[in-house]
Design a protein around this ligand. Structure first.
Ligand code: HEM
Length: 157
């Protein structure tokens, strides 16, 4: 199994005599290649110890350049989960819900156009978008039929 590096481990290899670089989540020891790089050593030193993916891809390197990378690989980048991110994602999910349904969690279903003739089933819609959709759908349908009924009656008179 290849070695896994954290970004700070890679960052410590940032000199011309000891130069690592991340490209597409893989870690390369480019020390032996610095002097041979057709694009010069300066650009490699600039991204030394860092993620050079963008710089590498921006240049539009050839397949030949990609082949050079192979033997220089020393490991892969360790995916780091930041502490606190689970709480953030929960928070975001919550907001996504609120944005989609434009209703704060726990609030009653939206009122229909003709509430007196329509009975909207009161649902506990905390986090239940399906319940909200059902309420709006049933409410809309009931309002439509009530309208038809009133129209029909009006025509009879
Ligand atoms: C270890 C990673 C890299 C390898 C193996 C590599 C390899 C090569 C090779 C073989 C070429 C000749 C043209 C080609 O075949 O595409 C080249 C050109 C070039 N490289 Fe890289 N490169 C690397 C990283 C970078 C980075 C991070 C930069 C940053 C900007 C860069 C900038 C350039 C430039 C500007 C040229 C064009 C030189 C010219 O045409 O005069 N390279 N590289």
């Amino acid at each position: 199994m290849s070695k896994e590096f954290t970004t700070s481990e890679v960052a410590s290899h940032n000199t011309k005599k000891d130069l690592y670089m991340i490209i597409h989540d893989k870690v390369y020891d480019v020390t032996s290649f610095v002097d041979e790089h057709p694009g010069g050593e300066e650009v490699l030193l600039d991204v030394g110890g860092q993620d050079g993916t963008e710089a590498f891809e921006d240049v539009g390197h050839s397949d030949e350049a990609r082949e050079i990378l192979g033997p220089l690989e020393v490991g892969t980048l360790k995916r780091q989960v930041r502490s606190g991110s689970p709480a953030l994602s929960t928070h975001l999910k919550d907001w996504k819900f609120r944005w989609i349904f434009l209703t704060p969690p726990g609030e009653a279903a939206p009122k229909t156009a003709n509430p007196s003739s329509v009975s909207v089933p009161k649902k506990d819609n905390t986090g239940l978008g399906v319940g909200l959709y059902a309420a709006v759908l049933i409410g809309g349908a009931a309002a439509y039929f009530a309208y038809q009924y009133i129209q029909a009656n009006a025509e009879k008179q």
